[in-house]
Write a protein of this length. Structure first.
Ligand SMILES: [Zn+2]
Length: 183
């Protein structure tokens, strides 16, 4: 009869100790996790990391992304002369190269002066005018030829019949088909 309270007390004590240990251990484990992940608002060995350097990790990622973009832009727009870090915004060889004023063959290593700009501009206009006049000449040459050869152009209705016959009637038929379309 005496053993019963003793066993009961012992069991209760064991249960209390077990629960206490579990609670303490759970708390310790939880605390360990909190400290190491920096989620506990309490100074610890990792507090400084997560509130200082660690909190900047995302910013470092952003800065890295921006730096990469800037690097790509620099690579795209810097002078194509090897080892030159100036901005190359002067196209050379028909846009094949972008060069800085120092390395562009037109500027002879100096910044383009007003007279150089004017001279190059005049040269460019002259070149364009020459090209245009050449183009007009070729165009006139091409348009004059069929007019001289196909003198029977107005006689299109008559030329429609021998279409399958000779090849010389071809410009005539082309003119002949164009006339009804316009009319
Ligand atoms: Zn350069």
């Amino acid at each position: 009869m005496k053993w019963r309270p003793t066993i009961t007390v012992g069991l209760i004590c064991a249960a209390v100790v077990g629960i206490a240990l579990w609670v303490i251990h759970a708390r310790l484990i939880g605390h360990w996790l909190e400290v190491h992940t920096g989620t506990v608002n309490e100074p610890g060995p990792y507090y400084g990391f997560w509130s200082g350097f660690g909190s900047d990790l995302t910013e470092f990622a952003i800065i890295g992304t921006i730096a990469t973009g800037v690097y790509q832009l620099v690579k795209k727009y810097n002078c194509h002369h090897p080892g030159c870090w100036r901005v190359g915004n002067h196209p050379a060889a028909g846009g094949q190269f972008s060069l800085c004023y120092r390395h562009h063959p037109d500027y002879q290593g100096r910044k383009p002066t007003q007279e150089l700009i004017e001279r190059l501009h005049r040269e460019h206009l002259k070149r364009q005018a020459a090209m245009l006049s050449k183009l007009h000449e070729v165009h006139r040459h091409l348009t004059d030829k069929p007019a001289a050869a196909g003198g029977s152009g107005p006689g299109a209705p008559a030329a429609q019949a021998p279409r399958s016959g000779n090849t010389q009637a071809d410009p005539g038929t082309l003119d002949g088909t164009a006339i009804p379309r316009d009319a």
